[in-house]
Design a protein around this ligand. Structure first.
Ligand code: SF4
Length: 211
């Protein structure tokens, strides 16, 4: 049980308005997603406990053509997932603004650093802060990200950033490592099952050049 799950349990206990007939209304979660493949296993896991809306906000994908490919893969997964029989719930979708110039401004001076360093921490912060802001403005209960499903990404850094941001926006942050319980393996399986486009670099031109 995560800290946020515990909070929800406490709210169920003290807040009868959280119940609808005999059903417990699931908390609403804004899920920042970097791409369809990473989102697939995370959605499958979280939909059991949350009403999930995917938020595609990735100004770090500096190549517009690549951005469009990943966006199309994200929408394809959600459409096909929602149309499948026996799905536990529908997934909603919001596309954030595409603003690569903002990303480039944030990481100025850090372009030559290897993946996993301070440039990536700034990149995580930019995307998570926009997710928290959107979640707060639209009345979501909490937010999180698919980013921790990647074996190349440090879940400790990502979760520290998320917790710091959620305190300022006054909403819950689901602190998880989606690599656990074979999350990455499942994302690969689902990518094949749904024929999703899988990129071979992280997102910015700097990570592409390092390949
Ligand atoms: S390597 Fe990936 S996480 Fe790091 S700055 Fe580039 S796009 Fe962001």
């Amino acid at each position: 049980m995560t800290a946020y799950d515990k909070n929800i349990s406490e709210r169920e206990y003290v807040s009868p308005e959280f119940k609808y007939d005999t059903e417990i209304i699931k908390p609403s979660l804004l899920l920042h997603s970097c791409c369809g493949p990473c989102s697939a296993a995370v959605i499958e896991e979280l939909i059991r406990a949350y009403t999930v809306t995917v938020f595609f906000y990735n100004p770090n994908i500096t190549d517009r053509g690549e951005y469009e490919k990943r966006l199309a893969g994200q929408k394809k997964f959600i459409d096909e997932y929602n149309n499948k029989a026996n799905r536990p719930d529908n997934v909603a979708f919001i596309e954030g603004e595409y603003e690569p110039e903002r990303f480039l401004c944030e990481v100025r001076g850090l372009e030559r650093l290897p993946e996993g360093g301070d440039r990536c921490a700034k990149c995580f912060h930019l995307r998570l802060e926009k997710t928290a802001e959107t979640a707060s403005l639209r009345g979501f209960d909490c937010f999180t990200t698919t980013l921790t499903v990647s074996p190349h990404k440090n879940h400790i850094t990502i979760n520290e950033i998320g917790r710091d941001i959620c305190a300022r926006y006054g909403i819950g942050f689901l602190s998880e490592d989606h690599k656990q319980k074979d999350g990455y393996k499942r994302s690969v399986e689902l990518s094949k099952e749904y024929s999703l486009y899988r990129q071979n670099y992280c997102g910015c031109d700097f990570s592409k050049a390092a390949k």
